[in-house]
Design a protein around this ligand. Structure first.
Ligand code: DGL
Length: 271
């Protein structure tokens, strides 16, 4: 099978990734690290950010619109890099397109299920993600005892560049109380922005709780589906970015989430 993969002609089509804004760049980071030769297109819907507090039908509509744009650009796989969008749109997108569509919820829960020793797992996410019940549904299938906590306010702190001030600590102490009380040994970071808060979250949860990032697990899922990282004849894949917000701001702030690859930012206007 490995020999087949290595002799297969390279597939130069990009992987499409989208998010409500910049946070999905944490998922793209993991993808690039694992599939360095694959070209990517990232759509950040910064102009309509955030998705977390919005009603499910609105987030579904936005997800369909963005995915159509990425499909028109010829992507070979669609990665929903946003937990809030995955929670309400994964099934609809997977039915709509012929290419593989993956989200961040299932990979995160599967990784937690593999890590936990007690079977007691926590997940933190936006209000929309937790209210959708998506993590709870997957956890039931995986036989995991899940405790959930919505964390309004975390995203705003990360967006403002504050990831470890006293205020963030105090908020984390309060919002994480339900998962701390549940005596979990594993915590899923069910939001694109939370890996940037890992230090604060780790402090509050203590050293006995393992933090699981959906971003890394989603990249492994993409690698499993693609089968090889020999996707292109080039040594390093090219990366293109589209934003419905200000391209210059996207490029500046994007490097906080992704690193130096944020160039080629195209502005997008919703009609
Ligand atoms: N990307 C969103 C998520 O992972 C967080 C930001 C937002 O609320 O749009 O849920």
């Amino acid at each position: 099978m490995l020999a087949d993969a290595l002799s297969a002609p390279p597939d130069a089509r990009p992987i499409g990734v989208f998010d409500s804004g910049l946070g999905g760049l944490t998922v793209l980071r993991a993808l690039i690290d694992l599939l360095p030769t694959s070209p990517t297109i990232y759509f950040g819907d910064t102009g309509r950010f955030p998705y977390g507090p919005k009603p499910a039908d609105e987030v579904l509509k936005y997800s369909l619109e963005i995915s159509d744009v990425l499909i028109d650009r010829g992507v070979k796989m669609l990665v929903i890099g946003c937990n809030s969008a995955t929670s309400v749109a994964l099934d609809a997108l997977a039915t709509r397109y012929e290419i593989p569509v993956i989200g961040v919820v299932e990979p995160g829960v599967r990784a937690a299920a593999a890590v936990t020793e007690t079977g007691r797992v926590g997940v933190i996410g936006t209000v929309g993600t937790i209210a959708s019940g998506a993590y709870q549904r997957v956890a039931r299938l995986e036989g995991v005892d899940l405790t959930c906590a919505a964390c309004p306010g975390f995203v705003e702190f990360v967006e403002s560049g504050d990831v470890d001030s006293d205020q963030v600590h105090v908020l984390a102490e309060r919002l994480l109380e339900p998962v701390r009380r549940a005596d979990i040994d594993t915590l899923i970071l069910g939001c694109t922005h939370y890996p940037l808060l890992a230090r604060t979250l780790g402090d509050v949860m203590g050293p006995d709780v393992v933090l699981v990032s959906s971003a890394d697990e989603t990249a492994f899922e993409a690698l499993r589906l693609i089968g090889t990282d020999r996707d292109s004849a080039v040594a390093i894949g090219s990366h293109h970015f589209i934003t419905s917000g200000d391209p210059q701001v996207f490029a500046e702030l994007g490097s906080r989430f992704l690193g130096p690859e944020v160039r080629n930012v195209e502005g997008w206007q919703w009609s």
